[in-house]
Design a protein around this ligand. Structure first.
Ligand code: UD1
Length: 385
């Protein structure tokens, strides 16, 4: 059997890592039993191209270098998807895989599903069925199109199974396998825990002149990158003002800066202002282990990332999700998770921030978030006929 996995952006890398390990394990066993090996080809579209957004994750998670890098780089959504499709078509036609495997909801996911389906190649979507209901999010469009086209839809939770059924996807195409990101978390937890928080901040800090006075369980971590939070001047200005005058008054803040956010902070003349606040530590995008360590010991997380919402649930880190909706309701407090939706309204963020500071860490494990999802993914692919 020949399988091509297509990845493109940071949140794909922690999903492909356990799947590749599982194929390697399967192939090693096959050697002993004379079973047919799986040939796996890893294609990176190159949407995320900075070392810090891509190579660092491949190194940290021991993902083998991509067999093919399409070098697509940045651009508008149409450019990223269109250029990826043109290049993927050549790869799929040459390699003629039995399966194309796609992960999550990034532009590479959409490009690969449409291209493979038009060539009549079977498509398997890992992390199928998530829905925010918000068609203004580029990721929601990617999810809808990808799931409509996929032959095998592997879901992280039971709410996603319900979403797919409501859209008329037949039961025979849907399998509940659990959350593959949690395989990566469990595989890397021990290594991360050996790291030193101060050292992580010092070695990744953007402005290196501040005294790093940070203690375990007594800091906030912030990540922001969604266009809805960082592309609007008024919204980003109010968030920066809240973080610098209110959050950093009560806790030191470690803010990992996504390239889009850095660009926007500079464009709106907020960069120089925030860099001077004594208790805000701006750091470059962190590697997987560094980020996991910070999450394990944060007093609170403020984020608009879906993946961090999930990791906070398993680690029990109280989390304010700076969005108005989520495709991952299983991570919300009302479903037993650690996160609360606060959008980008400062009054609401303030209220939940001070309430949440009183909360303690409550780790929670939704069904099948057990670190063994990759095994189930491969089993389902092999069983599918
Ligand atoms: C993408 C994903 C999003 C995911 C996020 C995590 C889509 C539609 N969105 O959004 O689901 O949560 O990644 O990181 O695929 N840039 C760099 N260096 C890089 C990559 C990007 O400087 O290595 C710059 C680009 O020039 C661009 C901006 O960052 O201006 C945003 O990058 P883009 O690839 O458009 O999407 P993300 O916002 O990262």
């Amino acid at each position: 059997m020949k399988i091509i996995s297509v990845v493109g952006a940071r949140p794909n890398f922690m999903k492909v890592a356990p799947f590749i390990s599982e194929i390697n394990r399967y192939n090693l066993e096959s050697l002993k039993t004379n079973r047919e090996q799986i040939k796996h080809i890893l294609v990176h579209t190159g949407q995320h191209y900075d070392d810090l957004m891509s190579k660092k994750f491949f190194d940290d998670l021991e993902i083998p270098e991509a067999d093919i890098n399409l070098g697509i780089g940045s651009g508008s959504h149409a450019e990223q998807v269109g250029n990826s499709m043109i290049e993927l078509e050549k790869v799929f036609e040459k390699e003629k895989p039995d399966w194309v495997i796609i992960y999550g909801d990034v532009n590479a996911t959409l490009a690969a599903s449409v291209t493979a389906k038009k060539l009549h190649i079977k498509v398997c979507h890992i992390e199928a069925g998530l829905r925010s209901g918000d068609l203004k999010m580029p990721e929601e469009i990617n999810r809808l199109v990808t799931d409509r086209l996929s032959d095998l839809l592997l879901t992280p939770d039971l709410l996603s199974v319900e979403n797919l059924k409501k859209e008329g996807i037949p039961d025979s195409s849907i399998r509940f396998v659990g959350n593959i990101m949690i395989d990566t978390l469990e595989n890397n937890r021990a290594k991360s825990d050996r790291l030193d928080i101060k050292q992580i901040v010092k070695s990744n800090m953007i402005s290196n002149v501040k005294e790093v006075n940070i203690k375990e369980n007594n800091y906030a971590v912030i990540t922001l990158h969604r266009p809805s939070n960082v592309d609007d001047k008024e919204i980003l200005t109010s968030l920066v003002s809240f973080i610098s005058t209110e959050v950093s008054e009560v806790l030191p803040v470690i803010w990992t800066i996504h390239p889009r956010t850095e660009k926007q902070l500079k464009l709106f003349n907020l960069w120089e202002k925030i860099i001077l606040v004594p208790d805000i530590f701006l750091v470059n995008p962190l590697g997987y282990h560094d980020m996991l360590k910070l999450n394990m010991h944060a007093k609170i997380m403020l984020t608009d990332s879906g993946g961090l919402q999930e990791e906070c649930t398993v680690l029990g880190t109280p989390c304010l999700t700076m969005r108005w909706n989520t495709e991952r309701p299983v991570t919300l407090r009302e479903y037993g998770g650690a996160s609360v939706l606060v959008g980008n309204n400062i009054d609401r963020i303030r209220k939940e921030f001070f309430n949440t500071l009183k909360e303690s860490r409550k780790p929670e494990r939704p069904a099948l978030w057990d670190g063994k999802t990759a095994v189930r993914c491969l089993e389902e692919i092999l069983k599918y006929c």
